[in-house]
Design a protein around this ligand. Structure first.
Ligand code: NAD
Length: 352
């Protein structure tokens, strides 16, 4: 029998090539003294955004880093206070959006996000802050960006490597939404469409990173991935990636890409309807094998060993991933997790 709860999050989304030009008009809805955030690598994009805003940009802060170190969050908050900023503009990937969220959590400033990867953080009320090597996360609607400008032209510079892995990160949100404890008909439709758009576009982006149409379809899929991540809880795959990223400092998008086919294989027998929908969206028979092959087709790494994990970390990861109970379609068992991680560590094909 159909039973579900559906709750929509408030979000304004403007999607078009060249959408960055809309920044001044969008900002006028939120504030008049913006602090523009970026990573050091995307400083020039931050400066371009500030130039577009003219006097409405009171400063730029280019120190965003992966997993939001608390020191960086405190430094950004100090800049906000010093400059009397009344909103943050986050131009960049999940790390930059994450920094804006940490500021919003502390000071309540509204966020205008201009995403340039496929991570999807801009559509979620999920924040994360890392202190002394431990990443705390939580949900709070005050960190949800009020306005999001999606401009496919800004993704043309995303390297082929990060394009593929960031896109598979977005697919991971869609996959786990389909077997989420809170799965509901609307979000499942969005998730299926997200997998379809990303699996079609990512190989085209890998072949030609300057293909604007493929870039637009991938960014569209990323929006859908972020939407489902913000709407329903995730499961084993996200838990494992959180443990691997947080404890062993593995890169976010690559870790998601490597683990996903194995997590899907682990859950396959326990979530047949979700598997049918994932396979249909990918256009394959077996969703775990299909995801493994999609990752190969975009040139992504296959083994956790190749992105910096050590073999003796597997036991600790199993221990952490099995420690606190959380929802997952298949029961969490240490022996199953060890096999999953061993296969992901060595870059083998997923096994049921
Ligand atoms: P990222 O933001 O760390 O970006 C990686 C690198 O690519 C950075 O140097 C960045 O400046 C650069 N970059 C980004 N876009 C670019 C572009 N278009 N052209 C050239 N360079 C570009 O990577 P990410 O994968 O987007 O984000 C990962 C972080 O986001 C992790 O900390 C993860 O936990 C978090 N995240 C949070 C949520 C959430 O809902 N809270 C969702 C997804 C990811």
């Amino acid at each position: 029998m159909l039973r579900f709860v559906y709750e929509a999050l408030p979000a304004r989304v403007l999607f078009r090539d060249g959408a960055l030009e809309e920044l001044p008009a969008e900002l006028a809805r939120l504030g008049s003294r913006a602090l523009v955030l970026s990573t050091p690598e995307q400083r020039s994009l931050g400066e371009r955004a500030a130039a577009l805003l003219g006097v409405r940009a009171v400063g730029t802060f280019d120190q965003a880093r992966m997993h939001v170190p608390i020191e960086t969050a405190r430094a950004a908050c100090a800049e906000v206070r010093r400059l009397s900023a009344d909103c943050c503009v986050a131009v960049g990937g999940g790390s930059t959006t994450g920094l804006a969220k940490a500021v919003a959590l502390d000071l309540g400033l509204p966020i205008l996000a201009v995403p340039t990867t496929y991570a999807g953080s801009e559509m979620t009320p999920i924040w994360g802050i890392t202190e002394e090597g431990v990443k705390r996360t939580g949900r709070n609607v005050k960190v949800l960006p009020r306005s999001v400008l999606y401009d496919p032209l800004l993704t043309l510079s995303l390297s082929p490597g990060l394009s593929g892995t960031s896109g598979l990160n977005a697919i991971a949100h869609c996959v786990e939404a389909l077997y989420s404890e809170a799965a509901n008909p609307v979000i499942s439709l969005v998730a299926e469409e997200g997998i379809r758009a990303l699996s079609r576009s990512l190989p085209r982006v890998a072949r030609d990173p300057t293909n604007v149409e493929a870039r637009a379809e991938a960014l569209y899929g990323a929006w859908l991935g972020g939407t489902v991540l913000g709407a329903v809880g995730m499961a084993l795959h996200h838990k494992l990636c959180h443990v691997l990223g947080g404890t062993f400092d593995l890169p976010h998008a690559e870790t998601h890409t490597i683990v996903l086919p194995h997590a899907v294989a682990y859950n396959a027998a326990a979530a047949p309807e979700a598997m049918r929908r994932i396979a249909a969206a990918l256009g394959v028979e077996d969703p775990a094998q299909g995801l493994f092959e999609l990752a190969r087709s975009v040139g992504a790494p296959a083994a956790l060993e190749d992105i910096g994990m050590k073999a003796d970390a597997i036991d600790r990861a199993v221990e952490l991933a099995a420690a606190n109970p959380y929802y997952n379609p298949a029961p969490i068992r240490a022996d199953g997790l060890r096999k999953l991680l061993r296969n992901a560590f060595e870059g083998r094909r997923p096994e049921p």
